[in-house]
Design a protein around this ligand. Structure first.
Ligand code: SAM
Length: 272
């Protein structure tokens, strides 16, 4: 299968130009591309579409739209979440993959601190990372109100985690992957920051056909196949990969009032 997300070298090869020429084109033309940290990322589909029509900006805008969406919903996100999946999901995830008392854990794409709040009483320290300032502000207020003082909120990108190598005992991420340009890069980052023997725990929606969810909620992926998650965890260097049904659904409604319940998976794997 051809790779969908390309780096600068791979995109240059697709364009049949040198990387220097592609960098020059990026400065001068509206090529669909994203800068993640210091690295350029391209979507093969968007590039091919752009080459054919010269007008596809879909890939460039998606990430900004995603950020704008979370900035807008942050104040009401906790209420929205209660309607979507409630606290049962968090309890289930933590019960199935409990952290060790006193350990250091990370919650990536923490949002308003849903998992971080559940993990805090069970561990030594939680670092809760999100790319949305607005979501982190709400998380900060909730944690302070709850008297939780062992969660450290950090603004950062899952594709380039602001964490040291081998620093975390466990990493959790709930409903993050479907918002990412390049989930494999993020899973590799999770592997890098885990201590040897540490576990990653990922929960998200299974592959679905409801295109409006992608359009109205600014998702980048319409869920995932278990095999896709298994392959990414393998490719990122994890062992003992497990991908199972979580037994919970994510309930969501569209502007026309239609509600769907999308089944979720729970995956975990161990760093070698
Ligand atoms: C659907 S919310 C889930 C929030 C939380 N995990 C929960 O279960 O309530 C997705 C979160 O991922 C964050 N996010 C999206 N892209 C990200 C990225 N590249 N790096 C870090 N966080 C990101 C969003 O800002 C948002 O807070």
């Amino acid at each position: 299968m051809e790779k969908e997300i390309l780096n600068l070298d791979e995109a240059s090869a697709l364009f049949q130009v040198s990387t220097k020429t592609l960098l020059k084109m990026l400065r001068e033309e509206a090529i669909p591309a994203r800068k993640i940290g210091r690295e350029w990322r391209f979507s093969r589909t968007a590039l091919l579409h752009w080459m054919a029509n010269g007008n596809s900006m879909d890939y460039t805008s998606a990430e900004e739209e995603n950020k704008a969406y979370f900035a807008q919903v942050a104040p009401v996100y906790d209420e929205m979440r209660k309607g979507c999946y409630g606290n049962a999901l968090r309890d289930l995830i933590i019960q199935r993959y409990p952290p060790m008392p006193g350990s250091n854990v990370a919650d990536i794409g923490t949002g308003t601190g849903y998992l971080a709040r559940g993990l805090a009483p069970r561990v030594g320290h939680v670092v809760a990372i999100d790319s949305s300032t607005a979501m982190l502000e709400v998380a900060g207020m909730d944690l302070a109100q709850g008297g939780v003082d062992n969660v450290h909120l950090v603004e950062g990108d899952a594709h380039e985690l602001p964490l040291d190598d081998n620093s975390q005992d466990m990493i959790y991420a709930n409903l993050l992957l479907h918002h990412l340009t390049d989930p494999l890069t993020a899973i590799r980052e999770m592997n890098r920051v885990l201590k040897p023997g540490g576990r990653v725990v990922l929960s998200d929606v299974k592959q679905h056909r409801h295109r409006w969810v992608k359009e109205e909620k600014f998702d980048l992926w319409m869920g995932f196949e278990a095999q896709e998650i298994q392959e990414w965890l393998d490719e990122a260097g994890f062992d003992a990969v497990e991908v199972n049904d979580v037994g919970c659904h994510c309930r969501t409604s569209n502007k026309a009032g239609m509600t769907v319940e999308i089944p979720m998976f729970l995956a975990s794997a161990q760093k070698q």
